[in-house]
Design a protein. Structure first.
Length: 332
């Protein structure tokens, strides 16, 4: 079963989380494979989307936020867009769209950053928005700032965390057809509320320990974390990974988050949302689709659910904004 585990290093300003998505990730892949139009993902896309899914769960688990964390990459290459959305309660959905053939073994730059136009966006979309409130979004290039393109998602996100969020971060990610997994290690600010060490004194030592890249405890644990191999992350259970990496450290682990409390596949699409989208198209556009095809059929990219609206349904959408067409049914 999919599982998320958070942990702390006793007395040190370092926290971690490890995620192992099995059933949740397999469900994402199964739904895509059963989509006869799009078909299963090529291996490099599967691997990238799995790594993004694990990373998005880890990032969502590390913030106090009521809403969706959306991790996207988009750019130029055969992969047009990959999107992962994780709600605060760890419901997960993910999808990718392709515009061309993907070579076996294609790396990140070949998939989506062929001319340096690739971007990674992290959006925090609050569950309850104030009127006019925009979601927070951070966008970074898929390169290190000196033109060197990243070849792994973990590098992109480490770069983002260090530069945009000023957080020392190590991420190890891996995914295949069965498992999407990740390990996150982050340094907490030594000063302030999040001070777990509780012993930061004024003066040079404390200032040094609170400077990015300068905390010895973090650097030691980060080094241990970075020795974790892709294969180990995919095949070993969480306790074994933590023991192997940190057997010399005092690790305090929280209770495993699994089942309804843990990361799980769930789509947030609904007939009502699709109706809103059709309303957004405008009546003229909707009527032209109806004239051409007889009904408006919308398939959810994330879960494969199909929603069909005939002329009567569509007329009701525009006649009574906000209400659902009565008696309407979604079709599988
Ligand atoms: Zn859906």
């Amino acid at each position: 079963m999919s599982e998320l585990r958070k942990f702390l290093f006793d007395g040190l300003p370092v926290r971690g989380a490890i995620v192992r998505l099995t059933d949740a990730w397999q469900e994402v892949l199964r739904r895509r494979a059963s989509n006869t139009t799009a078909g299963a993902y090529p291996a490099p896309v599967q691997s990238l989307l799995g790594e993004m899914t694990a990373a998005a769960v880890l990032m969502q688990s590390g913030i106090q936020f009521d809403g969706a964390l959306v991790l996207q990459v988009f750019g130029d290459g055969p992969l047009k867009l990959a999107v992962v959305e994780v709600q605060s309660d760890l419901r997960v959905r993910a999808t990718a769209s392709l515009s061309g053939a993907v070579e076996n073994g294609a790396a990140l730059s070949e998939l989506i950053n062929q001319n340096g136009q690739g971007r990674c966006a992290i959006t925090l979309d609050p569950a309850r928005k104030q009127p006019g409130q925009q979601p927070y979004q951070g966008v970074v290039a898929l390169s290190d700032g000196e033109g060197q393109g990243f070849e792994r998602m973990a590098e992109v996100l480490q770069h983002y965390m260090r530069h945009s969020e000023q957080l020392d971060t190590v991420l190890v990610l891996a995914a295949d057809a069965q498992v999407a997994a990740g390990l996150l290690i982050q340094r907490l600010p030594v000063k302030g509320e999040a001070n777990l060490a509780g012993q930061a004194s004024e003066g040079e030592d404390a200032a040094q320990a609170d400077t990015q890249g300068q905390n010895e405890d973090f650097n030691r644990i980060a080094h241990l974390a970075s020795t974790l191999k892709r294969e180990e992350l995919l095949t070993l259970d969480i306790d074994t990974v933590l023991r192997r990496l940190f057997w010399e450290e005092r690790v305090l682990t929280f209770a495993p988050l699994t089942g309804e409390a843990g990361p799980r596949f769930a789509c947030t699409c609904s007939r009502e949302r699709v109706a809103q989208m059709i309303r957004g198209l405008g009546q003229a556009e909707a009527e032209s689709i109806l004239a051409e095809r007889g009904d408006i059929e919308v398939g959810c990219e994330f879960c494969g659910q199909h929603y069909r609206f005939d002329a009567v349904d569509a007329a009701q959408i525009f006649a009574a904004p906000g209400s659902l067409p009565p008696g309407s049914q979604s079709v599988q």
